[in-house]
Design a protein around this ligand. Structure first.
Ligand code: SF4
Length: 396
């Protein structure tokens, strides 16, 4: 995923003195938590404002925590939150060219593809509060931001509610970016959503191409059900990459294709029978659908259960995650009742137990090789005719 964090070209405005000022600024963003699925929004937003030098911190690592986060820990015991100190420290102390602004949004709600089909799309409360929490570690003896000449900007942002976002971000950057106007921010927010939507479309198209390859080659693939930051090599420990090395393509639930032809084929029988109201409805399995990432994990379990070429699901969760606990049983049951293999790596923390992960990956690969042909055949037989991924369903 790393290359997706690269800078984008700046926006299309003509030269204005204040934009020339902004073009000199360097903005640092810690690559943590829900930044993993919203980074393209921020790149589009800053580019539109003329701020094209955006740097993200690197993947989480023990060295990063030791070198830059040591002694700055705060009270949170949730592993992905604890790691953020190292990301802040790396942006403040570890850059060849110093940053001017450390931007760490308190993301209150997420732009989820399930919006409109669920009760809400909120972030985990620990995610929302994390920037305030971590900031404290850089203020406790002295104000490190002031000492380093860095502006710390951490607005609450309701990304699930586009009407609110321009006001929230204008308030955050007024006085920080020279000559900023509300109209500019509104335009930048629109650009952010467009950039994010374009990226998501491309990733979903790639996932669809993987599924089409699986159909053509009669090969299985693996779905990962996890929160966005498990894509971080230091949080998810690249467990899915180890499995991919055995020749099994990996789909991340966040980027499962949502093309109508595919979802209609997968879910229409249940809509017709009155179990669900739409292809993105999860009320049959998860009535309290307030958390964006939790909702998506539950929907991903349903999608994996119905897609014949997904013969295995890998579930990743982090140490001290209270949000994931209640989802363990429903997710496992949804997946296993369809005959799909299910393996869970829980309580992931800073240490990668390389030996035991290796043994488990070997076991998973063994089960995949032995059982996949039968699982594909059984799941396909349980689904309606006319799968749009099959060559016979392609338009003439
Ligand atoms: S969802 Fe879990 S792991 Fe993630 S921030 Fe919240 S409590 Fe921590």
């Amino acid at each position: 995923m790393a290359k997706w964090f690269a800078n984008r070209p700046s926006g299309g405005h003509g030269p204005r003195p204040e934009r020339a000022e902004r073009a000199k600024l360097r903005v640092g963003i810690p690559k943590v938590l829900n930044i993993w699925t919203t980074h393209q929004f921020w790149l589009g937003f800053f580019a539109s404002l003329g701020v094209s030098r955006v740097v993200f911190s690197s993947d989480t690592s023990e060295e990063q925590g030791r070198e830059f986060g040591s002694g700055r820990g705060t009270v949170d015991c949730c592993y992905p939150v604890k790691c953020i100190s190292g990301h802040y420290g790396e942006l403040i102390f570890g850059q060849k060219r110093k940053i001017d602004i450390l931007f760490s949004p308190m993301i209150y709600s997420m732009p989820s593809f399930l919006k409109g089909h669920v009760a809400d799309s909120l972030a985990c409360p620990r995610v929302m509060a994390a920037p305030e929490n971590i900031k404290a570690g850089f203020l406790k003896e002295k104000d490190v931001f002031a000492e380093q000449g860095i502006r710390y900007v951490a607005p609450l942002v309701s990304l699930a509610d586009p009407m609110q976002v321009p006001r929230q971000l204008f308030k955050a950057f007024d006085g920080v970016l020279t000559g900023l106007t509300f109209d500019e921010v509104r335009e930048a927010v629109d650009q952010g959503y467009r950039t994010l939507a374009g990226f998501d479309r491309e990733m979903r198209a790639r996932s669809r191409r993987i599924l089409e390859w699986c159909v053509r080659e009669q090969r299985p693939c693996v779905m990962v059900l996890a929160r966005p930051y498990h894509m971080d090599a230091g949080i998810g420990h690249e467990i899915e990459a180890d499995l991919q090395a055995y020749g099994y393509p990996i789909l991340w639930m966040q980027y499962f294709p949502t093309d109508p032809d595919l979802l209609d084929w997968m879910f229409n029988p249940e809509i017709r029978d009155g179990y669900i109201k739409s292809v993105l409805d999860i009320s049959d399995v998860w009535p309290s659908s307030y958390s964006a990432n939790t909702n998506e994990i539950l929907w991903g379990a349903k999608a994996a259960a119905r897609m014949p070429w997904i013969t295995c699901v890998i579930r990743l969760t982090s140490y001290e995650c209270g949000m994931d606990q209640p989802t363990f049983t429903p997710v496992q049951q949804i997946v296993e009742r369809s005959g799909t293999l299910f393996f869970s790596f829980q309580e992931l923390d800073s240490t990668k137990p390389a030996g035991s992960v290796k043994i488990r990956i070997e076991t998973i690969a063994h089960y995949l090789e032995r059982n996949s042909p039968t699982i594909i055949a059984r799941k396909l037989a349980a689904m309606p005719e006319g799968c749009p991924l099959l060559p016979s369903a392609a338009p003439a």
